[in-house]
Design a protein around this ligand. Structure first.
Ligand code: GDP
Ligand code: IMO
Ligand code: MG
Length: 404
């Protein structure tokens, strides 16, 4: 397997977790390089549902070592909860199966508090992501290595003072975390995670030299990239192929670059959404696709596929492949629409495809798919200049046509 990167080509929740889980069957190493527990990656194995926020989606495959890179921000409480839940479900999460970069920053209780006080205008997940990245840039961040070594007291005090002063001025009466309580909690987490934390650069360099099969798992999506997305309605990290190298700190050649495209569009939180369907049409898509956030449970905004946006995302990232997910959701919804052009008044011009009925997961080849599905896939391959890597026809591992 060539080094493969999997990136959400829209606003997140495209089904990256499912795609990475399928690819992980053939991987030695699965790597997250950005974001934090704002991500929610859902994987169904048999009848069991796993929602991963920080841990790479390769954890469910015994053949994979999983690595969280230095560009991520780690809420250790959330991470420990994830580790404990996986262990309870019988998944091995030993230190040699989950490696944590010592330079990844820690999301603290102050970050969560400030995010919850100030994030409403963007519609953030409230997981403390923006404030954690801001404190990293402010040079008062705490890194996992500091936590392991117990050398984080002065920066924790700096955070408590800074956020305490700002919050008291801007949000009088807001309740703030207790320093001693957070200090002890983080110390204990540092001890518990100690054996997982290390300099991951040699691991990545060795894997690259040995040409090991690797999957790099994106979080969020291209349009949520802090520099290249729909600013200010974005997350606080770089979510693109270009951003991955910054998060890893180790150069990699991603021979296979997969853009994951949900067969329609969704967005959680505020910001522009040119193909959004309001009212009953949007609600039908939401119900059919069960479009509720895997992290916050919020209803996702739904709309048609937007080829204008996708062409930009594919060109930026030079995706070699496209993975199409949730096409099954469109069954029985009547004619399918795809926006192909933005008009001078800002409205979108759509092309229509024949609707289809029935269960796509029964199809064992692309040729066996209904004409509307084949038309949509052909349009995507042609217009995006990428080959179909896989077509996902349901949430389960086995609901997939792996093509290229
Ligand atoms: P991610 O953040 O990109 O990993 O995506 P999420 O897990 O947040 O959201 C995708 C949702 O769609 C999850 O509930 C998946 O179980 C589900 N899913 C993924 N692929 C398919 C598919 O092809 N069909 C259907 N019906 N559901 C899918
Ligand atoms: P996955 O990896 C969908 C959105 C939030 C909000 C904006 C900023 O599951 O695809 P943040 O908490 O990051 O500061 O919120 O970004 N957002 C996501 N939307 N999927 C995600 O991750 C998201 N991570 C953040 O809803 O609009
Ligand atoms: Mg998600």
């Amino acid at each position: 397997m060539p080094a493969t990167i999997v990136i959400g080509a829209q606003w997140g929740d495209e089904g990256k977790g499912k795609v990475v889980d399928v690819l992980s069957a053939g991987a030695d190493l699965v790597v997250r390089f950005g974001g934090g527990a704002n991500a929610g990656h859902t994987i169904w194995v048999g009848g069991d549902k796993f929602v991963l926020h920080l841990i790479p989606s390769g954890i469910l495959r015994p053949n994979c070592v999983n690595l969280i890179g230095g560009g991520c921000v780690i809420d250790v409480t959330s991470l420990l909860h994830e580790i404990h839940s996986l262990r309870k479900a019988g998944v091995a999460v030993a230190p040699d199966r989950l490696l944590l970069a010592d330079n990844a920053h820690v999301v603290t209780a102050w970050h969560r508090t400030v995010d919850q006080l100030s994030g409403a205008k963007i519609g953030t997940t409230g997981r403390g992501i923006g404030p954690a990245y801001a404190d990293k840039a402010r040079r008062i961040g705490i890194r996992l290595g500091d936590l392991r070594d117990g050398t984080f007291e002065s920066n924790l005090r700096a955070q408590a003072e800074f956020h305490g002063a700002v919050s008291r001025a801007l949000y009088p009466g807001a309740s703030l975390p207790d320093f001693d309580e957070q200090w002890s909690l983080l110390r204990a987490a540092g001890v518990e995670l100690r054996d997982h934390v290390r300099d991951v650069v040699p691991v990545l360099v060795e894997a690259r030299r040995a040409d090991r099969p690797m999957v790099f798992e994106g979080a969020q999506g291209v349009l949520l990239d802090i520099d290249h997305g729909t600013y200010p309605y974005v997350t606080s990290s770089n979510t693109t192929v270009a951003g991955a190298l910054g998060g890893l700190g180790v150069h990699m050649t991603f021979q296979r670059r997969i853009g994951v495209v949900k067969a329609y569009s969704t967005r959680v939180g505020h910001g522009p959404f040119p193909t959004e369907l309001h009212g009953e049409a949007g609600e039908r898509l939401r119900q059919k696709g069960q479009e509720y956030g895997a992290t916050t449970g919020r209803p996702r905004r739904c709309g048609w596929l937007d080829l204008v946006q996708l062409k930009r995302a594919f060109a930026m990232n030079e995706f070699t492949h496209v993975a199409v997910t949730k096409l099954d959701v469109l069954a029985g919804l009547g004619p399918l629409r795809v926006a192909v052009e933005e008009q001078t008044d800002g409205s979108m011009h759509y092309v229509e495809f024949e609707g289809f009925d029935g269960d796509l997961s029964a199809a064992t080849s692309l040729d066996a798919l209904p004409a509307g599905c084949r038309g949509l896939i052909a349009l995507l391959e042609r217009e995006l200049g990428a080959r179909l890597a896989m077509l996902s026809t349901g949430p389960g591992r086995e609901d997939v046509l792996a093509v290229d």
